[in-house]
Design a protein around this ligand. Structure first.
Ligand code: URA
Length: 228
């Protein structure tokens, strides 16, 4: 039998739920040790108490990630920005609004996918995450991927791709190509902030079109995985 390790905070919540069931006359409950909800709860509670790097001192809120627990697609960004830090939720600022639009075009709401980041605390002034910060935080993302077991991972931008796969990449060269992480297909594309930074209309349309092409690949992987 698999031993289930539950964080003390989750134990309290579980106790309340079990007491409620007992009150309404339920005597037996079958709990699966590999239930994604329980496992993600555990990971997110650990994140919310993390002191493994110094970013926990300057952040306002931890941003563990959010979404559907059995998703087709897991979108991975770089790290929380100012708005995300303020509210503890990923991709809810300007870049997030653009991501929502892309999702809608793909036929998804944000609640139907999972959205997370390489690091869970905002780096000061939105600088790129440092190696020690990524080293401390990446195990959380790896556990999230293992529990969620998505059909495809989408790396939004170079920072997400390089830190997930290791190595160096030119995002404009490798976008839309299929990589793999622990057996899960990975499609890199431009970060939504990159689209927002473009000034020329022609560039904006070009980059948006590129992202749309990449998302077609993502959708074809989902379709292929769903039919096999
Ligand atoms: N940019 C990211 O990479 N992640 C967020 O959550 C928000 C903006």
């Amino acid at each position: 039998m698999k031993e289930l390790q539950i964080h003390p905070h989750v134990q309290d919540q579980l106790k309340e739920v079990l007491e409620f069931y007992r009150e309404i006359g339920v005597e037996f409950l079958e709990v699966q040790a590999d239930d994604p909800g329980l496992l993600m709860n555990e990971i997110h509670n650990e994140i919310k108490q993390c002191t493994k790097c110094h970013l926990h001192k300057t952040k306002l809120h931890y941003v563990p990630g959010e979404g559907y627990l059995s998703p087709d697609i897991f979108f991975i960004g770089e790290g929380p920005g100012e708005t995300e830090d303020r509210f503890g939720r990923p991709f809810i600022g300007k870049a997030g609004q653009l991501l929502d639009k892309v999702l809608k075009k793909m036929g998804y709401d944000r609640e139907q996918v999972f959205i997370g980041n390489i690091i869970k605390c905002r780096p000061p002034n939105n600088r790129n995450p440092l190696k020690d910060e990524v080293d401390a935080c990446l195990p959380y993302l790896k556990r999230q991927i293992e529990v969620l077991n998505p059909k495809v991972l989408v790396c939004l931008g170079k920072v997400a791709l390089e830190n997930l796969l290791g190595g160096q990449y030119s995002i404009s060269r490798v976008r839309g190509q299929r990589f793999e992480f622990n057996g899960v297909p990975v499609i890199p594309t431009f970060h939504p902030s990159y689209i927002l930074r473009q000034r020329l209309l022609s560039e904006i349309s070009k980059v948006k079109w590129n992202v749309w092409e990449d998302m077609q690949k993502v959708l074809s992987i989902v379709k292929e995985a769903s039919s096999s």
